[in-house]
Structures are given as C-alpha cells and as structure tokens.
Write a protein that binds this ligand. Structure first.
Ligand SMILES: Cc1ncc(COP(=O)(O)O)c(C=O)c1O
Length: 388
C-alpha cells in the first residue's frame, strides 16, 4: 500500500459533526471517514490558500473535464461535459430538483430503508414521500417490481429518488435492475434523480453502474448527482456535480440551482475536486481495500461473538447494515443503551424507514484499531442490553 489508512487521527475538538461527542465516546454513525484525505487534494488546497486571493469564481472547463475523466476511467462511462452543472452539494441539489421537477402534493418515490435526508428533501417541499419498500428475504434486499410498477403508475408520482449504490443496505444495483427502473419510469413519465454519491466506494470486482450509462432511455429521463465528498472524505468542500443528458430537463434544473443559489463554488471546491478526480485513483483503490477488509473483520467478529446479529452482505459503501431482530425490534432503544453503557455511537435504523427499526448502521471507515475498539464496545453493549 502506498497510503496509510491505519493512522489514529484525533478528531475531537475540530468542529467535526461526527466527533462532537463525550471523551469516552466512539462515534461510528454519520457517513464521514476517519481518514485524512488524498495528498493531492491537500496540496491543491494549500496551493490555493497560498495564492491568498479568494474572490468570486466561475467553474472552469478543467473541472468538468476532470469529472468526465474520472467517470471514463473509473466507471467506464464518458458523460459529455456540457451535460454537467456544478452544485454545492448533493442534498441541496436534490431539494432544488424536487422543487423544479415535481409539484406540491406529488408523490416522490423512494425505496425504504433509504438515506433519511431524502425524506426531508421531499416532505419539506410539500411533496409526499411514497416508498416502494425493498423486500428483505433470506438476509438480502431486492426490489418488489410489482409494487414499484404500481407506485410509478399512480398519477401523482412524478419523480423517483434512486440511491445508486444504496445507503444504508450497501447494495450495488445491476445494469438489469437499472434498466428495468428506467423502463418503468419511461412508461409512467417519472423523472429519476439518481444519487450516486457512494458510487466510488465498492469492493474490488463489484463496481457500480451509473444509471444514465445503462441506456439512452435511462439517460434521457434522469438527473445524476455525483460528488467527491464521500469518496475522498471532503464533505465540507461542498462540491458536487449534476449530470443531465436531456437538454429540457437540464434547463429546468439549471434554473432551479441558480435561483436557489447553489451553482457557485467556494474557493477550494474546484481545485480540491480537480485534484481528487485527476490524482486520487490509487488512493481510492487502497481505501476500498481497507474498507473491504474492515467489513470482513466486522462480519467475522459478529459471526463469532454476536451470532444473534446478522450482517447484511453489501458490496458498496462503508456503512454496514446489521439485522438485530433477534435482539429487539426497537433498535433506537438498543442504540441508546449501547451508547449509554459503552460510549459507542451508531445509527438506529428507524430513520431510514421501511423495516429499519430492526437494524443498526455502523460506519467502518476508520483505522482497523479503532474498528476493533468499536466491535468490542458493540459486543459489550449488546450483551448488557440482553441481560437488562
Ligand atoms: C445517499 C447520500 N446522498 C447525499 C449525501 C450527502 O450529500 P451532500 O453532503 O453532498 O449534500 C449522503 C451523506 O451521507 C448520502 O449518504
């Protein structure tokens, strides 16, 4: 390995949302990694800081070319640069797209359990979140196609938010899944917003497929959101890109992101993103190897020490979804008890909707030694909960 993913960096008292915890607590909740970002990004940001002038900026062609280069080389998809728009984050862009591409009172489809903030983007804008819940069977999740078709066909359903790959269940959708979604969306005139923020973080040999890459049909009815923020742990850089092949959709979304004022970069967003996309490939591959190993460590630990829990095998994201139904159907109470007794702070699944109340989500993007600390606390917390 060229890069070090074992360094135990102290993030307390750094204004980190994740690490705003008591001294004895260990946070393994929000999707934020405990690794220092790729060196190329740090140098680019330092170089920008050294220039000392931070006036208004426009997004240069080199930014869009860097995004294009990344998708071509990492994901075998070459989106045109003129399909792209810079935005200050995936969630602000999603909320803006919901406002532009659907109407108050419409249904916006999701697949619960899913990233909880999707519900905010829908409900806070006066739309109705309609879920076609993922079916959980024999330890794995799948789409209930009949249910999805029925919900797409509802006259008020105008938009779907796809999480590709899926947070929190860690699923990489196949090209066939994506094409099937595109066909249903086309039949029922539904626009798909494909949130691909987790697309770079997959196990070797399990790369994700961008929704718009599966067919012209999918490309034509979709808005894709990508960002270096999860991949390189640069969420506070506030940089993301919308990719919208369909000109009419692009124009509508473009109006939205401009009236909502999310189309202008801060001083570090552009150099940081260009460096990520042009110099970060090896770093990400080593990161993915580290995450895969951590997921394996967690799975083995749970099998041996906590056989009453069941890890859902997923090939994407650094978030692990764990079935706790043999311990409780109220994992909010479980997580509160674990935090109280051991200081381990993990996410209770109910906020993701669907059957989430039976699950917890654990973030394993940390050095192996910190993961081990977390696993020991998890075992102690579960055992104490069971005995209480
Ligand atoms: C699926 C998904 N989308 C979006 C975000 C956040 O995106 P941003 O910080 O660019 O708004 C997250 C963060 O965890 C996420 O998991």
């Amino acid at each position: 390995m060229q890069y070090d993913f074992s360094e135990m960096i102290d993030r307390r008292h750094t204004d980190s949302v994740k690490w705003d915890v008591q001294d004895n607590e260990l946070p393994m909740w929000v999707a934020d990694m405990d690794f220092r970002t790729a060196p190329g990004i740090i140098s680019a940001i330092k170089q920008k800081a050294d220039g000392g002038i931070f006036g208004y900026e426009e997004v240069p062609a080199a930014y869009f070319e860097a995004v294009q280069h990344w998708y071509a080389t990492e994901h075998n998809w070459t989106p045109h640069t003129d399909w792209m728009r810079f935005v200050t984050g995936v969630v602000p862009a999603l909320s803006s797209a919901v406002r532009r591409l659907s109407h108050v009172g419409d249904n916006v489809l999701v697949q619960a359990p899913v990233y909880n903030i999707f519900y905010n983007s829908i409900v806070n804008n006066g739309r109705h979140a309609l879920s076609s819940d993922l079916q959980f069977h024999a330890g794995a999740y799948a789409i209930d196609w009949d249910d999805l078709a029925t919900k797409m066909a509802e006259p008020l359903t105008t938009m779907m938010i796809l999480c590709n790959p899926h947070n929190p269940v860690g699923k990489v959708w196949t090209s066939a899944d994506l094409q099937h979604i595109a066909e249903l969306a086309a039949t029922h005139h539904v626009t798909v917003f494909s949130d691909e923020i987790h697309g770079d973080i997959t196990d070797a040999g399990h790369g994700y497929t961008p929704f718009a890459a599966v067919s012209d049909l999918a490309a034509n009815l979709s808005v894709t959101a990508v960002s270096p923020s999860k991949t390189f742990n640069v969420a506070a850089l506030h940089a993301a890109t919308l990719i919208i092949p369909n000109e009419n959709l692009r124009n509508q979304v473009d109006r939205g992101i401009n009236t909502d004022e999310l189309a202008e970069p801060n001083a570090f967003a552009i150099p940081g993103s260009i460096a990520a996309y042009t110099t970060g490939s090896q770093w990400v591959h080593e990161l993915n190897a580290t995450i895969t190993a951590n997921k394996q460590t967690l799975t083995t630990f749970v099998q041996q020490q906590l056989p009453e829990l069941h890890v859902i095998a997923g090939h994407a994201t650094y978030l692990v979804w764990i079935d706790c139904r043999d311990v409780t159907h109220d994992t909010q109470a479980l997580c509160s008890a674990i935090r109280q007794t051991t200081g381990l702070f993990i996410s209770a699944g109910a906020v993701y909707g669907g059957d989430g109340h039976d699950f917890v989500r654990i973030n394993v993007a940390c050095p192996p030694a910190r993961l081990q600390d977390g696993l020991n606390r998890l075992a102690a917390g579960i055992h104490q909960f069971e005995q209480a």
